[in-house]
Every structure is written in C-alpha cells, then in structure tokens.
Write a protein that binds this ligand. Structure first.
Ligand SMILES: [Zn+2]
Length: 260
C-alpha cells in the first residue's frame, strides 16, 4: 500500500523523521510520495527521498497557499529539481479558495505556470483543489492532453465535482478526511464511484489524523503508519477486500508516477 501524500518536511516531524519512515515500513506501507509545497520544501523533500531511495519519492511545486511567492527563479529551481530521479511529479499545485492565503489571480498564475512546466517536462501533476472547482477545471483542462498523468489529491468535493474530475481523466486521492464522522459522510458515499484503476490513498500526514481510530492515538499528529487504517475503512465502504485494495493502490501509484 502506497501513501501518495506525506508532508515529511513538516517541522512536526523534525525530531523523528527516520522513525516515522521506519514505522510506516513496519506497518506494511510499500512506498511514499513526499509532498513539496514551496521551493525550499521541494528541495528538502527531494533530499529526504534521496536518503530513502527506492521507498520514498517526492514532488516539486508551489502550493496555492504559497502562490504569491511564484517567480522565474522558483520556476528554475523546480525545473532543476525535476531532473532528479526521486522527483516524479510537479506539485502540489492548484487552487485553494477556502483559505485564500494568496490572491485568486496569483493562484491561477502559479497553477498555470506549473502545468506548463509539467507539460514541458512530460511529468505527471499532483493537484490541490479546495472550494475552487470551476476555476480549477478551467485552468487545468487545456493542459491535460499534454500531461502524462494527474491526481487530484485529498479530494473532498461533491458528487458533481467528482464526476467532472473523473470525466477529465484525473486520478483521485482520498485521505483520512473520509473517516471523519462529521464532514466525511458525503465523500464516503462517493467512494464506490471511483474506478479501481483511478483510486489512490494518502494520509496527508501530519495533518488529517483519522478520527475513527480505536484506540485513539495519544498524539493528534498523523503518520504514514496509519495508512492501513484508511485502506481498511475505504475497502469496507467500497465493499472490497482490504488486501486487494492495498495491492491496487500500490500498483496505481507506481503506474501514475512511473516508478521502478
Ligand atoms: Zn493539498
């Protein structure tokens, strides 16, 4: 089972990164993608992936929260990083109209520029969309024929939005958000609509600790070693076996990100 969304560069992992990776391996995780959210963290993510070659890979990109930092220098940094064998996707990039930490115009500009970069480099993209579906789809659509693959990570949208994303050919990343008994119920009902070859799972650690783990972990920090819980719950809600789902999401991640 492959975790496609681990924010391993987070300061929440500063004191025990190696142990976090080891605990994930011991829990049966077969690989992970370390998320880059700005130029500096994309560099850190690449180095961490290099240290764990064959188990960790990374993305290089600028999250919509950081879109106001976008510059030609940052574009060159990402381009340089993308040459490294561990860097397998451009992102995370996209639009976030929920928190609006960067202006909408800046977000769209940085998103479009990263899609252009991915197309130029022939790399898949790791996408973020929060409360911005219409603009997200409008910016993304013209680039899709030029991209070798795309995943909308941490999907939390509506049924219409899911159908639109699937219609555009996107793969869909599901996090432990779906385990939340307050806000995950709508998403839970959508799980069976995602074709088996388009589904990916992720912890988004250290964020989004699944709320239905029993016994409850003592810390609120999420870890990739909790991926088996998400696999188990998603398999139950899809009416599938957890073992088959674990194998399937590993295969899907390796295919999408073209891993050895
Ligand atoms: Zn995200």
């Amino acid at each position: 089972m492959f975790d496609i969304g681990v924010n391993l560069t987070s300061t929440q992992f500063a004191s025990d990164r190696q142990k976090v990776v080891k605990r994930a391996r011991d829990a049966g995780v077969t690989g992970m993608l370390i998320t880059g959210t700005n130029a500096l963290e994309s560099q850190q993510a690449q180095r961490l992936a290099e240290d764990q070659a064959g188990f960790c890979w990374s993305t290089a990109g600028v999250h919509p929260h950081h879109a106001s930092e976008w510059s030609t220098e940052i574009a060159s940094t990402l381009r340089r990083l993308a040459e490294k064998p561990e860097v397998v996707a451009i992102g995370e990039c996209g639009l976030d109209f929920n928190r609006n930490l960067s202006a909408h115009e800046q977000q769209e500009y940085a998103f479009d520029a990263q899609l252009a970069l991915a197309a130029e480099l022939n790399m898949p993209v790791f996408l973020h969309c929060r409360e911005a579906h219409a603009r997200f789809a409008a910016v993304l659509a013209p680039w899709l024929p030029k991209l070798p693959g795309a995943v909308i990570h941490c999907f939390t949208g509506t049924r219409d939005e899911l159908e639109a994303c699937l219609g555009m050919g996107l793969s869909v990343g599901i996090t432990g958000w779906v385990c939340d008994e307050r806000r995950g119920l709508e998403l839970r009902e959508l799980l069976p609509l995602i074709p088996a070859d388009r589904l990916l799972l992720e912890t988004d650690a250290p964020y989004l600790l699944p709320r239905d783990m029993r016994p409850r972990p003592t810390s609120r920090r999420n870890e990739p070693c909790f991926l088996p819980h998400i696999v188990h719950q998603v398999a139950t809600w899809r009416g599938e076996s957890a073992e088959e789902l674990a194998t399937r999401i590993d295969h899907n991640a390796r295919t999408l990100f073209r891993l050895a």
